[in-house]
Ligand binder design. Structure first.
Ligand code: PLP
Length: 377
């Protein structure tokens, strides 16, 4: 069987001709890191760079975080950790949140990655490797304090602590847990998870502890422990629902107008004719669609151009969407012009809300057809 050896990822071309431009402000990421580290007080501030730094490019983002003082990084998978180790070199902790998939333990150790141990089988396999290598291996122990996703249940963990050699061959670097409802400060789940975590943590007083991700940092010092693990807030996503966003915006997305037309009142627009213009209108077709991660479920969306709001009309197509540009002076918004899809008037969280999702999903779906511009490197 012959292998397909060409890369099907498009080359978006130079900024001047690309269909869409994604601007990623690395200085804002570094500044957000410093803001979060300050919020975390005496706790160490780590950085979560899983999923290619939430779609923004771990190869560009991680060195900037390291330069800002970050020495503890989290990824989700061993493969991401291997790539990150080659980006960062030696000297930083790289932890793997999902733990090592069966068979990937040796790779994990070879690249000096620290697996999060989430259950007995991960613990057994990591200890087995430590025995075979004849050396102690670093590990992080995860407790499920009330999310039913990853980690040892509190009772299961305490049963382990009763066995003197439960962690033989391992060097426990951290005991951690994760909050299910940290974005909602009033949720009683936060206090319940905090006390469940504290109860387990008391059994391992010498091991540093970590509970808070971005939102948890804003729940106050009780949640900070020894290390905090923000991801989303580094990338400008608001850490608390319904509160003002204390983070600096990181991304901007502009898409190019490909065609404009004037249509009479009553003209249906786009697939399914789901929208009909109410007045004589000017429409602009813009080169961004759901294949770029601009979700088809977006409702009531708009783009912006020079302070003017340009409502989206009809369904979002794979490679394009249509804007009502009637209120922009004729001649100012022709083919080649760039409109703001994500920008100061409409941030990642607003775009996500219009699509019925969260900023995390918008960032991690940002497409591969954008010309990327990194600022402040
Ligand atoms: C993704 C993740 C984080 C980072 O969460 P944010 O909400 O993006 O700050 C921290 N800890 C764990 C266990 C995670 O899975």
């Amino acid at each position: 069987m012959s292998m397909i050896d060409h890369d099907l990822r498009p080359d978006p071309g130079p900024a001047g001709t690309a269909s869409a431009l994604l601007t990623i402000d690395l200085a804002a990421i570094a500044d957000n890191y410093c803001r979060l580290a300050a919020r975390a007080g005496t706790a160490t501030c780590a950085a979560v760079v899983k999923a290619d730094a939430y779609g923004l490019g771990a190869d560009r983002v991680a060195p900037v975080l390291a330069a800002a003082g970050c020495r503890h990084f989290f990824v989700a998978q061993v493969g991401e950790g291997v790539a990150l180790r080659s980006i960062l070199g030696a000297g930083s902790m790289i932890a793997v949140l999902n733990g090592a998939a069966p068979g990937s333990e040796a790779t994990c150790a070879d690249h000096d990655l620290v697996p999060v141990l989430n259950d007995l089988s991960q613990l057994d396999r990591w200890q087995g490797l430590a025995r075979r290598l004849g050396r102690r291996l670093p590990a992080i122990l995860q407790i499920d304090s009330g999310m039913a996703r990853f980690g040892f249940g509190p009772d299961q963990a305490c049963a382990l602590f009763d066995q003197p050699d439960a962690f033989a061959g391992l060097d426990l670097r951290l005991v951690m847990s994760h909050l299910a409802c940290a974005g909602e400060p009033d949720s009683p789940v936060n206090a319940a998870q905090l006390s469940a975590f504290q109860a387990v943590r008391q059994r391992l007083p010498a091991v540093p502890a970590s509970l808070a991700a971005s939102s948890g940092i804003f729940l106050g010092p009780d949640f900070h422990f020894d290390l905090v693990r923000p991801g989303a807030a580094l990338y400008g996503i608001a850490p608390q629902e319904g509160a003002e966003n204390p983070m600096r915006p990181v991304i901007g997305l502009r898409a190019r107008v490909m065609q404009t037309r004037s249509v009479p009142a009553g003209t249906p627009v786009g697939y399914g004719h789901t929208a009909t213009v109410a007045r004589d209108s000017r429409l602009a077709t813009v080169a961004i669609g759901y294949a770029d991660g601009f979700f088809r479920s977006t409702a009531g969306g708009a783009a912006w151009f020079g302070g003017a709001r340009l409502p989206m009309v009809g369904r979002i197509s794979m490679d394009s969407l249509v804007l009502d540009v009637t209120d922009v002076a004729p001649g100012t918004l022709g083919p080649g012009a760039l409109v703001d899809i994500i920008g100061p008037e409409r941030d990642v969280d607003a775009v996500a809300a219009a699509a019925g999702t969260i900023g995390y999903e918008v960032l991690t779906n940002l497409g591969h057809r954008f010309h990327r511009i990194y600022l402040g490197a």
